[in-house]
Every structure is written in structure tokens, then in C-alpha cells.
Design a protein around this ligand. Structure first.
Ligand SMILES: [Mg+2]
Length: 371
């Protein structure tokens, strides 16, 4: 038996620069100046530690409290090797407390940490446990929102291209900003448009018609509300490839989206949809519906590593989203927003080795629950 003896959560708020004017991803949230992350650290009786991450950002305090007060007591003293059983015995009793949001984010963190432990116990990287090869990957640059400032968009798209990124994503929602990005790079480079659910179907269809011949790689989450997959399918019928999935958490959400014909690309988020186990279920389902997988990964913690290992486990080239921002300190060796490729090492588990000395000034809170 490999008993879970100690559970720690660490909340970090890491300031960053964007290379342009500061805005929130959602205008109502104000300028986004720090990335909030919730890390989970599980210790076991055989002397190992496993790292996981729950979706954070403005919901970081929610995921943190769920981990500390609801989830940790259910894990202590249990066998860390039985991943699916550990998740199931939390997920079932808690099913009425939110099938999206902090509960699912917390479960995702646990799953990731248990897989990290599994790799360390086996003495091999998680991507090898998952049957992957080599661990060499391509990143795509995910730009911050510059609030429609076309000069800042063009400048930062060109800067990303200068670092070698050939797939670059905007978080703008105006056609002039889209076109400023398109014109800032070569025709063969991919420009993706993430608009974060702003429009009615009619508005989204009109935009899709307007940009149909501008050769954008995808249009992401075009309609409000995000769960209206029939509406998304109507927009998709205009001919612009559609991406979504970061707001889907349980498998039946993904199935509903695929059944509706809503997406060309699905973007499951490992720290929201059930960790590495949840992602593998989505991968299998996406294969059954012939939907391309492009994971969501707008974070830097163990969830970033988990995404990379999952991408490396796939037979198809799978992009790793990387926030195109400069943090106050570099959190660890793997996160590099100036490198368009990524090479996982043969380190056992996820290989998450943060520079905690450098991160210390940005730790918001730390909590330990032990047996
Ligand atoms: Mg998005």
C-alpha cells in the first residue's frame, strides 16, 4: 500500500507583462495583472510527492477551499495507486455540488497528482506510462487581450512569429484586430481567434461570414451561452472552423457538443475536466467523432506539464497552448513563452520542479492537511 499521508495546497499569484496595453480577458473583470494558480502536493508513505493543479484565475480561492476542506479529508490514509477509485469515491458523493467549477477543478488536481506519483513510482515520465514517444512538441502562442488595439496586436503577433511560433491565438473580438494579426505574419502561419463567448448566433454568423475568406485557423467560443452547442453548430455552418471545450468538464458535455456537430477542434482543459484520466476519456470520444484535439492550457503549473505529457502521448501532432506573457520570474524550466518547441525529459512523473525560492514572494497562501 502507498498511503496518502499529507496534502498541501499552494496558491500563487504571479505577475506578468504582455508587451502591450493591459486588459482583462473578459472586459468586466478589469485589467489582468497576475495569474492565480492553485497547486496541489500529495505526499505518500513511500516518500514520494505528487503535484497537481486545479483551475485558478479568479476562482482560485474556491478551488483552494474545496481541496483543503472537502477533498483532502477523503484522500488521507488511502492508497495513492488506485487512481480511478480515489476519484470515483469523491466524485459520486459530491455529484450534487457542481459538475463544473471548483469541485471538478479540485478533482482534476487530485487526478494529476496521482498520475505524477504513478510515474515516479514506476520510474518513468508520465508520457511513457501513457504510451507516448520522445516528448518533443510544438507550442502555440496564446496572446493576452490588447483591447482591440490593432498596433499592439500586430506588434505582438510579429514578436511571437519572431520567436518561431507558427500558430498564434488572439483574445480580441473585433474584425480590424483579427485582420491586423493576419497581416502581421505570413499567409502560411495560423492565426486563431478566441473571442470568449460574446455573441448571439446572429452576431456570430455575421462575423463568420465577414471573415470567411481571411483564412483564420479557428474561431473559438463564438456564442453566448457557452453550452449552446446547437448555436455553435449554426455558426460553424458558415464555414469558419470552430473550437471550444475549455468550458466542458464532464464527458457528457463533450458528447453533446460532438453530437451537435458544434466543433472542428475540441479544447479540453486538464485542470478542469478530470485531470489526465478525464483528458484520456475526451481523447477517445473525440476520436470516435473525428474531432481534432487542441488542449486548453492557459496556465503554467503542473497542469502545464500534464498537458504536455498528454500531448506527447498522442499519435497525432498535438499543440501545447502557451500563454505569450512574461512572468515576473520564470516558474520552472519547462515554461518558456519565447520557445516554439518543447522537449519533455525522461524525469519520472510529470517532472514539475518549480523554483520555489523565486516564487516565494508570490505565494498567496499555503495550507497543509495531514493524517
Ligand atoms: Mg479560450
Amino acid at each position: 500500500m502507498t498511503t496518502i499521508t499529507k496534502i498541501e495546497t499552494i496558491r500563487v499569484a504571479l505577475p506578468f507583462e504582455t508587451g502591450g496595453p493591459r486588459h482583462g480577458m473578459r472586459p468586466a473583470l478589469g485589467a489582468w495583472l497576475k495569474m492565480e494558480s492553485v497547486m496541489l502536493r500529495i505526499e505518500t508513505s513511500d516518500g514520494l510527492e505528487g503535484w497537481g493543479e486545479a483551475f485558478g484565475h479568479v476562482m482560485a480561492p474556491g478551488a483552494e477551499v474545496v481541496l483543503n476542506t472537502v477533498v483532502a479529508p477523503l484522500l488521507l490514509g488511502k492508497d495513492a495507486r488506485e487512481i480511478s477509485k480515489r476519484i470515483d469515491e469523491i466524485e459520486r458523493p459530491m455529484h450534487g455540488l457542481g459538475r463544473a467549477g471548483p469541485m471538478m477543478y479540485a478533482l482534476s488536481a487530485v487526478d494529476i497528482a496521482l498520475w505524477d506519483l504513478a510515474g515516479k513510482r514506476a520510474g518513468m515520465p508520465v508520457f511513457r506510462l501513457l504510451g507516448g514517444d520522445g516528448g518533443e512538441l510544438t507550442r502555440y502562442a496564446s496572446l493576452m487581450r490588447y483591447g482591440g488595439d490593432c498596433d499592439a496586436v500586430a506588434e505582438n503577433v510579429a514578436r511571437a512569429r519572431g520567436h518561431g511560433f507558427t500558430t498564434i491565438k488572439l483574445h480580441e473580438n473585433t474584425v480590424p484586430a483579427f485582420r491586423a494579426a493576419r497581416q502581421a505574419v505570413n499567409p502560411e502561419d495560423n492565426i486563431c481567434l478566441d473571442v470568449n463567448c460574446p455573441w448571439t448566433v446572429a452576431e456570430a454568423r455575421a462575423i463568420a461570414q465577414e471573415i470567411l475568406y481571411d483564412d483564420f485557423h479557428w474561431l473559438e467560443e463564438p456564442v453566448w451561452p457557452p453550452e449552446d452547442y446547437a448555436a455553435m453548430a449554426e455558426v460553424r455552418a458558415e464555414g469558419v472552423p470552430i473550437s471550444a471545450g475549455e468550458n466542458m468538464t464532464i464527458l457528457v458535455d463533450f458528447k453533446a457538443a460532438f453530437e451537435a456537430g458544434a466543433v472542428d477542434n475540441v479544447q479540453p482543459s486538464v485542470i478542469k475536466c478530470g485531470g489526465i484520466s478525464g483528458m484520456r476519456r475526451v481523447f477517445a470520444l473525440a476520436q470516435a467523432y473525428a474531432v481534432r484535439v487542441v488542449p486548453h492550457c492557459f496556465y503554467w503549473g503542473p497542469g502545464y506539464h500534464a498537458t504536455a505529457h498528454l500531448a506527447a502521448s498522442r499519435p497525432e501532432p498535438t499543440l501545447v497552448e502557451t500563454a505569450f506573457i512574461t512572468f515576473a520570474v520564470r516558474p520552472h524550466a519547462l515554461f518558456d513563452s519565447t520557445a516554439s518547441t518543447l522537449q519533455l525529459t525522461e524525469a519520472p512523473g510529470l517532472g514539475f520542479e518549480a523554483d520555489w525560492d523565486a516564487l516565494a514572494p508570490y505565494v498567496v497562501s499555503r495550507n497543509t492537511v495531514s493524517a
